[in-house]
Design a protein around this ligand. Structure first.
Ligand code: ATP
Length: 360
């Protein structure tokens, strides 16, 4: 994923007093999310298809020399993505700070001894790590915003320290931070298995014309999974294993590979939808609204409440966003923003709105 050139490429133990880099942290949607049984470790077995979207936070990482020889981690942030009354968790309470902490531990393990080793010969001494997050991705929205920030910190530290960790180690570290983090380290399009952390990249073409319905409502991931378990126990949601999700995913991937978005639309899936609707009934309204506004399909992203629609092209996505904004019921208008955008990583988007947060 492209980031900005660091202002200094040498770590804090080198000659430069300070090193800084800024990384975009794009969010994701789940085009497909099949939820299997709850495992002994408390996670559900998942089969998912991740897709990057150019709605992104901006993460700036600064390394300062540590005169006391101790690592320190500071995380702060703000920005238009933070709802009023929301405090971004600070320091290592923030997933981005935890990413820096785990990276520092891994770096200590990878540092060369006197005879050299796996890491480069670059200095890798302790630093004071400062992370500043400009928040544009709404939190607790199913868009993986916090995970994207953590992934951006890992990319930034790799760049600042001269890539001392290999890809496998970096992805293992990412998986310890959260199920979505390994995908978000690289972005694009990928199948996720296990609890989502085992990722297999897929060709990212074609880019998809989407409409995001960003609402001021929030859902916490553990509550949504808990609600699904309750609905399944009561027979109000299909049990895991009721069908073969692999076939559904294969059908969706085939439709995408053929750039047949009309066929792909009805193949979008999210098994958490019933649980999201149960906790936040507007999810059902938004899904229907997007379909009735001209999208060929619509689904919840992650654990919601963000809903997205798939359109045939960007003109139709823009028209659907306008129509949905116009037809939203009175209780929702003013609380929901419909954003047309072309999926993919920043820098690769064509035809998307100049400002993806511009309301319709
Ligand atoms: P996921 O789908 O990964 O569960 P989400 O998109 O639903 O994530 P996040 O934006 O990651 O939600 O936020 C979930 C919770 O994580 C928030 O309630 C917040 O307290 C906590 N959090 C920790 N770090 C961050 C961060 N950098 N940005 C946003 N939230 C964070």
């Amino acid at each position: 994923m492209p980031g900005r050139t660091p202002t200094a490429t040498v770590g804090p133990g080198g000659h430069r007093p300070e090193a800084r880099t800024t990384e975009p942290a794009p969010a994701k949607v789940n085009l497909f999310l099949a939820v299997g049984p709850c495992r002994a470790d408390g996670y559900h077995e998942l089969l998912t298809l991740y897709e990057s979207v150019p709605l992104q936070d901006e993460v700036t990482v600064t390394l300062r020399p540590a005169p006391d020889g101790r690592w320190r981690f500071r995380v702060s942030g703000g920005g238009p993505g933070l709802p009023s009354g929301w405090e971004l968790p600070r320091d290592t309470e923030n997933l981005a700070g935890r990413a820096a902490l785990l990276y520092a531990e891994a770096l200590a393990g990878a540092a060369p001894g006197p005879g050299g080793g796996r890491a480069s010969s670059r200095p890798v001494g302790p630093a004071h790590v400062e992370v500043r997050i400009e928040k544009r991705v709404p939190p607790a929205a199913g868009l993986g915003g916090g995970s994207a920030d953590a992934a951006a910190v890992l990319r930034a530290l790799q760049r600042l320290y001269g890539h001392p960790l290999d890809t496998a180690d970096l992805l293992e570290l990412a998986a310890r931070l959260g199920s979505d983090v390994p995908f978000l380290v690289r972005g694009g399009r990928a199948v996720g298995r296990s609890r989502g952390e085992v990722v297999l990249p897929r060709p990212a073409a074609p880019r998809l014309p989407l409409v995001l319905a960003l609402t001021t409502s929030r859902l916490q991931t553990p509550e949504v999974y808990g609600e699904l378990d309750r609905l399944r126990e009561r027979g109000e949601a299909p049990p895991p294993g009721a069908d073969d999700p692999e076939r559904g995913l294969e059908a969706l991937l085939d439709a995408l590979a053929a750039a047949d978005l009309e066929r792909a639309g009805p193949l979008l899936r999210n098994d958490l939808e019933a649980a999201c609707v149960s906790l936040c009934p507007e999810v059902e309204v938004l899904t229907r609204l997007l379909r009735e506004s001209g999208c060929v399909g619509a689904a919840v992203s992650g654990s919601g409440p963000t809903v997205f629609g798939l359109a045939r092209d960007m003109d139709e996505a823009s028209a659907a966003a306008r129509r949905a904004g116009r037809d939203a019921p009175p209780g929702l208008s003013g609380r929901v923003t419909f954003v047309p955008l072309l999926s993919g990583l920043p820098g690769e988007r064509r035809g998307a709105a100049a400002n993806p947060l511009e309301p319709f």
